[in-house]
Unconditional design. Structure first.
Lengths: 114, 115
């Protein structure tokens, strides 16, 4: 079974702090994704990566950066956390396949910025 | 651009009731369509998918048919159980997207089943 793990289930940080969210997958997937989930807005893509050291902006990259130094690990970085970044953050991974490929999700990190 | 619209929740039903959650999409080309489910405290997991017109995806008693003429992918189940209480997301992936398989998600529909 594919397993996607995230470093924390719950995190509380203060405004201005630098925040690292870590994601690890164990199935050798090329693609990895970071989303945020907010009520009424569904999932919005922040960044994704289709290979080591490769990254592309998603729909809402402002205020975030990412790092992918190893294939299995994809980190989301909030350089200076703000209260509007309080949200649920979901990591996912997938193996590229023409049409119908499935994304596997981690359990999420609920981040609160005070 | 690509988008997914699904019915707003919450939806509350009694056990053994019939369920429909509507989903329509806008996309160029021939997208793949998905339903994901998120149980309380968990991440999303794929429930079912369909990759071409008239395909029917099914899993755990849920079904959805890819209707290109109405650009719809409605989720149905004949008899829901309390354990089906979750948030359901309709999603699409444009088959023409060549790099990382980016998926567009709907806003989610929360389903609650009363015993």
């Amino acid at each position: 079974d594919v397993k996607v793990t995230q470093s924390s289930r719950y995190l509380v940080k203060r405004t201005g702090e630098k925040v690292f969210l870590e994601c690890v997958q164990d199935m050798d997937h090329e693609n990895m994704f970071w989303y945020r989930q907010d009520p009424g807005l569904g999932l919005r893509l922040i960044y994704f990566s289709y290979d080591v050291k490769m990254k592309e902006k998603g729909d809402i990259p402002e205020g975030y950066s990412v790092s992918r130094e190893k294939k299995e690990r994809f980190s989301l970085i909030l350089e200076s956390a703000s209260t509007n970044q309080t949200s649920m953050y979901l990591c996912a991974s997938s193996f590229p396949r023409v049409g119908g490929d499935e994304q596997f999700f981690g359990p999420g990190t609920r981040l609160t910025v005070l | 651009g690509n988008s997914v619209t699904q019915m707003e929740g919450p939806v509350t039903l009694s056990e053994e009731a019939f369920l429909t959650i509507n989903c329509t999409y806008t996309a160029t080309g021939y997208p793949s369509l998905f339903w994901y489910v998120q149980y309380p405290g968990e991440g999303l997991q794929l429930l079912l998918k369909a990759t071409k017109a008239d395909d029917k995806g099914s899993n755990k008693g849920f079904e959805a048919t890819y209707r290109k003429e109405t650009t719809s992918f409605h989720l149905e189940k004949g008899s829901v159980q309390v354990s089906d209480s979750a948030v359901y997301f309709c999603a699409l992936r444009n088959a023409g997207y060549s790099s990382a398989s980016k998926i567009i998600f709907g806003s989610g529909t929360r389903l609650s089943i009363r015993p």
